[in-house]
Design a protein around this ligand. Sequence first.
Ligand code: ADP
Ligand code: MG
Length: 634
Amino acid sequence: MPLEIQLPGQTAQSTGRVVGIDLGTTNSLVAFVENGIAKIIEGRGDERSSSKLVPSVVTLDDYGSVVAVGNKAKERSTQDAQHTVYSVKRLMGKSYQDVKKEAGLLTYRLVPADEGLVRVQIGKKLYTPIELSSYVLVELKKRAEAFFNEPVTRAVITVPAYFNDAQRHATKDAGRLAGLDVLRIISEPTAAALAYGLDKTKEGIVAVYDLGGGTFDISILKITNGIFEVLSTNGDTYLGGDDIDRRLMELFITQIKYMTPTFDPTPEQMQKIRQIAEKAKIDLSTQSRVMIEIDLPEAGVSYRRNLTLQEFERVAKTVIERTRKPCEDAIRDAKIDVIDIDEVVLVGGATRMPMVKALVHEIFQRKPHDELNPDETVALGAAIQANILAGETKDILLLDVTPLSLGIETMGGMMSTIIPRNSTIPTKVTETYTTFVDNQTGVEVNVFQGERDFVKDNRHLASFTLKGIPPLPAGAAKVEVTFLIDADGILQVKARETHTGIEQQVEVKPSYGLSEEEIDRMLKESIENASTDIAGRRLVEAKTEAQRILAATEKVLGQLRRGQLPVTAAKLKGINVADVIDALYALRRAVNGDDPAEIAKQQSLLERATEPLAREIMNAAVAEALEGKTVEQV
Ligand code: ADP
Ligand code: MG
């Protein structure tokens, strides 16, 4: 056995400490488990009301030094907007192209870097979102170290359920940069369910409603013997408590202008009014009226008014109502009825509003869990997972993770990931694919492991063919591919055609045969090649999809010329064929170029032109095939 060296002030056990971190868009927190109870670690010497939360805000100077993080940075944002970075989570794992259209909504500058990845420019310096997030993580790490009075080097970090592998990867890299060994990335709704101990329910469906500062997420989870399966996610990436602050702020400014018509607020004054608005909103979660006082002597403004809860709710209602449809969509996508949901959990600071609780109660027809502070729930769950990994909790099933992503090959040799790297196992994920050519009666399923975007760069695990698919036009057959990894890491892959129910399956052992070094090498390569892969992937995907649509459209035009379409003349009336042909040529030109955005644009124009026709044909064809006839004459 190797000798253990004990440093002064450090017990052998202390190296085992693992904290849980909620790295939020608006606020971040760090938590741990003590005597079986999860607790948030508070900031020391911090008299501010929300000393548990670290606002995810960083102030930098022109020379690349961090001036302030958290509450101090948030306060400074009033005076120094150009040097203050917030909402970095929106940029994690994204290319410049991905976030270009959002740039106008942020007050700091986004620039493309050579490899297409996005950077934030402050002064002359460029920062990656990973670096910027790491500053927030360093702040949380320091907090934990001050609390324990010893180094903290291991953590579990949460991410939204919809985060893809690149975004999870970026989050993990941010941790590494902050000097943290990230033992596990877990989904926020899973963490919230853990915080409420719902993993111990033998079986159940849980809805997690998360309304934060700037994002809304709804996730529906299925829990079976401690296994979490995400049935569906939905939400709005630009909806949250901040929208309510803005509306209140607009209300105040309009009224101030009514009394002082010359009032034209500076960015600093706006920020001040926004802070007053946010405070009023927060106070109205526990009070029925608040006094608003806005004093801006330099602008001759002294505004006073009473704001009742009733008036406030009239302002907030339209914002909050926007969460209804994503919830309904998530329920539908999960293929369940609202009455099938056993528990509803509230997450996010904005769910403290009585009006939000009432809306959630109404939508889900059940009282949501609000026993924990909703803005702390995710961090508490992360701490519970951390404690499991540290080996402190013996009574919970120790879940393992997949070291590399698992997926199948799709058109153009692309890797379609089904189970992302670092997913907790056992796990089960189903994705639906469709056929690429007309009358395709078999689908080859090639299973791969790895992080690269093209399967040729990944490791081939297994192949099999699903035969006996009814001959249908391309895109009409639906093949569900299910990956199931059991507790021993054995992967089962099943493919099933949904119209006929025919299925085929194979068993694979994914991680066996890969050494630690091989895993490390594959991860390293995926980091180094991430940006070339992103660009290549976007183009191949765009071209593949466009070619499929071109082929289908050409076929239909041919049939139309020959009068062979299974659609009645009456239904063809509204279709302008010249428009379809124009759009077809434009898309063909775009496919020969190498601009994915142009391809996407022309493709959607063509789709719009052919949409009514396509619908009629598809309906006719599916109906025929299911009656056992072939559609060769279609
Ligand atoms: P995120 O997950 O986006 O980082 P949080 O869960 O911390 O964000 O939520 C932040 C939002 O919650 C902010 O808009 C904040 O104003 C709001 N909030 C915090 N406390 C309350 C409260 N008591 N009542 C209403 N809104 C609140
Ligand atoms: Mg959050």
